[in-house]
Each structure stands twice: as C-alpha cells, then as structure tokens.
Design a protein around this ligand. Sequence first.
Ligand code: HEC
Ligand code: HEC
Ligand code: HEC
Ligand code: HEC
Ligand code: HEC
Length: 439
Amino acid sequence: MSSKKFGLLIVIMLIGAVLVVGCQGDSLEEANKAESAEQMDLAEINSFEEGAFEDSNNCAGCHGEIHAEWSESMHRFGWENEFYQPDYLKASQETDGFTDVFCGECHAPTAVRTGQLPPADGSQFDAVSKQGISCDYCHTVKEVVEPVNVQTVSEPGDIKRGPRGDGSSPGHEIEYSEVHTEAAFCGSCHNVEHPTSEVAVIDTYDDWKEGPYAEEGIRCQDCHMTPTPGIAENPGKSSPMGEDREHIATHYFPGGSAFFHEKSGQDERAEMAKEMLRAAAELEAEATRNNDSLELLTTVNNVGAGHKIPTGVTYIRKMWLEVTVSNEAGEEIYTSGHEIADNQIDPEAVFYLKLFEDAEGNTTNKSWLAEDIAYDRRIPAQGSDEEIFEIPVETDEELDITVRLLYRSMSQEAADGFDSEEELKVPSIEMARKELQVE
Ligand code: HEC
Ligand code: HEC
Ligand code: HEC
Ligand code: HEC
Ligand code: HEC
C-alpha cells in the first residue's frame, strides 16, 4: 500500500473513531456525521505524496530576509516547540491518540497532509514536516473553506500564492491570492473548536471579527506582519530579483512568546514579543482613603491588541494584576498578586484568562477535556476591565501604591511538569505599570 493510501486509511479510521466517541445523542450524532463528512472530503482533497511541499530552505536563496525572519518565528517551531510537545503528548496519551491528527493539522500541517502523522511521535516526519508551519504550507493554500480548525484547501506545486501577483520569479509561478490578504487566512488556525464538545478553545479570529478592528478593516497582518507596534511599513524588495515595494510583509509574527525566544537564545525576538505585550495595555488607578481603609480602583485598558488580552492559549498563559501598598518607611503593608514560594503567583490575585470545565465539572487547563468554559475574564479590544481593592490601613502616613499588569508565557506548575534537565523559572513580564501616592 502506498504511504499516501495508508495515511488516508488512518485518517478514515480516525474519523470513524470520532463517530464512535460522538454517539451520545441523536442530534449530536447527526451533527458529528455531517461535520465528519466535510472533514473527510477535506482530508481526501488534502492528501499528498511525501515531498509534495517544498523545503523552506529552498526559498532562502531568493527570499533571504523573509526566511531569516520566519526561522525564528513561532510558526517555524509550531511542532518542535518544547513547550508544545509535552502538552501534545499528554493529550495523545489521555485520548488514546484521538487528538494526534487534530493537533497536528495546525502545528505540523504538511505532516498530516503528506501522511507522516500518525504515528504521533513525529518519527516519520521529513525535514519539511519538522518545520512546522512552513513557507510552502502557507503559500500553497488555495482556499479557506471556513476559518476554524484548518479547514483550508492546499495545492502544493509550482504556483506560489501571495498578496500581489504582478511580480515575476525564475523560481516559481506567482498567483495573486485574495485569501492571503484576509484575516480569515490566519483564522483558519487561530480559531480552534473542540472536535466533539465544540467549545471555543482558541477564539482569536472570532473575537477579532466581532470587534472594532474588523470593522475598521485592520487585519491580523497589519499588526503581526509589520516591523514593530507603531511602524506599519517595511519598504524594500521581497527578493533581490524582485520589484521595489512600499511594504514587504514581515514574517516574525511576534506575539506573547517572550519566554520561548529567550530560552532559545533569540534575544531580539524576545524583545519584540515584550514590545507587543507592552503595546497592548495601559493601566489607570485611583485611590480613595477612608478612616481605616483604602479603596483602590484599577482599570486595565486594551489599547493595542486587535482582540481580547490575553488571547490564544490563555489557559496556558498567565496575566494578572500585582498591587503593592507601602508606608513612608517603604514597608509593604498590603500586597496582591506577588510571587510566593517556588516562583508561584499568589493564588488570590486577579487573573485574566480562560479555563475549561471537564465532563466532571472540574476546572481544567487541558484543552482536550473542554466540555464548557469554567472561567473567562479577559479585556476586549479597545475595552477595559475594572477592579476594586478594599485595603485595610492602620496608619495615617502617606502611602505609595504600585499597580502592575504582569504576563507569563505559562504557569510555573506547567514548567515544573516538563521533563527538562535544567530548572525552568518562568519570568514575569511587565505589560503596564502605574504608581501613585495618597496622603
Ligand atoms: C503563517 C503563514 C505564512 C508563512 C509560514 C509564510 N508566509 Fe509569506 N506571507 C504570508 C501572508 C499572509 C502574506 C501576505 C501578507 C499581506 O497581506 O501583506 C505573505 C507574504 C509573502 C511574500 C510577499 C511579500 C510582499 O509584500 O511582496 C513573500 C515573498 C513571502 N510571503 C514568502 C514567504 C517565505 C519565503 C516564507 C518562508 C521563509 C513565508 N513566506 C512564510 C503568510 C505566510
Ligand atoms: C529563484 C528565486 C526564487 C526562489 C527559489 C523562490 N522565490 Fe518566491 N519570488 C521570487 C521573486 C523574484 C518574486 C517576485 C518578487 C517581487 O517582484 O515582488 C517572488 C515572489 C514570491 C511570492 C509573492 C507572490 C505575490 O505576488 O504575492 C511568494 C508568496 C513567494 N515568492 C513564495 C516563495 C516560496 C514559498 C518559495 C520557496 C518554496 C519561493 N518563493 C522560492 C523568487 C524566488
Ligand atoms: C497552519 C496554521 C496557522 C496559520 C495559517 C497561521 N498560524 Fe499563527 N500560529 C499557529 C500556531 C500553531 C502557532 C503557535 C506555535 C507554537 O507556539 O508552538 C502560531 C503562532 C502565532 C503567533 C505567535 C504567538 C506568540 O505566542 O508569540 C502569532 C502572532 C501568529 N501565529 C499570527 C498569525 C497570523 C497573523 C497569521 C496569518 C497571516 C497566522 N498566524 C497564520 C498556526 C497558524
Ligand atoms: C491592532 C493590532 C492587532 C491586531 C489587528 C491583531 N493583533 Fe494579535 N496581538 C496584538 C498585540 C499588541 C498582542 C500582544 C498582547 C498579547 O499577547 O496578548 C497580540 C497578541 C497576539 C497573539 C499572542 C497571544 C499570546 O499572548 O499568546 C496571537 C496568537 C495573535 N495576537 C494573533 C492574532 C490574529 C490571528 C489576529 C487576527 C484575527 C490578530 N492577532 C489581530 C495586536 C494585534
Ligand atoms: C486549529 C489550530 C490548532 C489546533 C487544532 C491545535 N492548536 Fe495548539 N495552538 C494553535 C495556535 C494558533 C497557537 C498559538 C496561540 C498563542 O500563541 O496564544 C497554539 C499554541 C499551542 C500551545 C502553546 C505553545 C507555547 O509556545 O507555549 C500548546 C501547548 C498547544 N497549542 C497545544 C495543542 C494541543 C495539545 C492540541 C491538540 C489537542 C492543539 N494545540 C491543537 C492552534 C492550534
């Protein structure tokens, strides 16, 4: 049997497994069947021989700058990312492999589409599949069927699709593709729906679509494929052989992953991620003093993100408020959200994140167990979130108040659970800060 047919067979078997797992009620069963039929069509359309997608290194000779940018992006590490792998393998273990292809479709799309996944451990991956979300995956997408769970149509080959279509290249044919200029292209992966419960695991695209930026026509590409927050244009050529252009889309795709970049020795990328985080939020604080207490009103404004903050895998990230009140001698008389033992965070802090509820009604951050949303507190695009702190005060001295909005790429518990030789200490990144004094 050819590896292509073998891959297809496994996909069909997996879909069979979805149907069996999903047989919980007539309507659900029907819904699952209809969806699976669609997915089966797509799986068939997207089934290619090994080697169908080109190695990103083939693009480097002519698109050197873009290649260098992409090489240190999270897309490049979509699969090999050491923070992704433990979660993925745990999901695989706990679901008897049900999630392998599901996760892989996004994190290693060409591996699934060339039948190299399963097996789950990536042992059949060629060099291209290991590149995660590679150049050729993105630039051979022909259609976005629906912007969720990678419902795209691939057409690998000589034609590379992009935002122009007017250039000429000795390396390949060029075709204008409206799809690549739209946020829905990103939404095909940045919108994740649980395959059976339909819980919105990641909702970045839907959230953007309902928000003010979509209305103004400001796309994901306008913030994540530009040099830095506040600089919208990157004039130049995409290839030395190409035309001069007013803006060449940058391929760093910066987001919140400062810790990953730092750990990988990519200091400039880490700084870029921090810049994104700082551009996202501003803090306001007002304090009113009564006889024996202080009322502190904090407001977090989402001024820079096109979606809620945090977004994406908010169930893995941490974003919270840290409050410190000190007396004239500099002694802390009240704290909230501070680091406690073992680099953990005060569990009583005001956290901004989303967590799931599993089938037993327990709160969980395992996306594959999500039956419902248990907790969702995030700050919408151009919106704000208020909190009141009632702080007992036993002195009439002047007080110094510091409020900080902090971010971690993951919880310390998650880092402690990794099978890693070195001890991982997850750093806290300051997104915004406000200081004030009260008489
Ligand atoms: C996650 C998907 C994705 C990946 C991965 C990706 N690109 Fe792109 N690329 C895009 C999108 C989307 C645009 C168009 C953005 C816009 O609307 O301006 C683009 C634009 C381009 C352009 C046109 C630039 C211009 O403005 O003329 C070139 C050339 C290009 N990419 C090459 C590459 C190469 C080479 C790689 C790998 C080293 C790569 N891309 C990886 C999504 C991707
Ligand atoms: C032999 C050189 C060469 C190689 C190799 C090459 N390209 Fe290109 N590519 C070009 C040139 C030249 C252009 C036109 C640039 C211009 O005029 O703006 C181009 C344009 C593009 C565009 C923009 C299409 C558009 O009009 O929007 C994309 C996307 C692209 N290449 C992707 C790739 C990918 C992906 C690879 C690797 C699989 C690759 N290229 C390999 C030379 C090359
Ligand atoms: C094939 C699926 C896919 C497509 C298409 C895609 N992404 Fe991603 N993107 C991912 C995955 C998966 C990750 C996370 C990789 C990881 O952390 O292991 C990611 C990471 C990112 C990050 C980094 C977030 C961080 O934490 O630093 C940004 C920003 C981003 N993508 C923006 C975009 C934009 C903008 C587009 C459209 C032009 C796009 N992506 C298209 C799958 C995709
Ligand atoms: C107005 C600018 C803007 C637009 C539009 C925008 N983003 Fe963002 N995005 C940001 C900023 C700023 C951050 C950093 C804050 C954060 O990480 O929460 C960010 C963070 C992210 C992250 C990282 C989240 C994390 O911390 O793990 C991802 C992924 C992402 N954006 C994807 C997208 C996608 C997909 C779209 C389009 C549907 C989009 N963004 C539209 C500005 C924007
Ligand atoms: C439809 C696309 C899609 C599917 C399916 C998907 N993911 Fe992701 N995943 C993403 C995107 C997009 C991001 C980046 C979001 C961000 O940066 O906040 C991401 C990020 C992650 C991260 C964070 C990595 C880091 O750098 O911290 C983990 C862990 C992860 N995914 C695990 C999984 C697991 C396990 C599955 C299967 C149960 C899965 N994902 C399925 C799109 C997907």
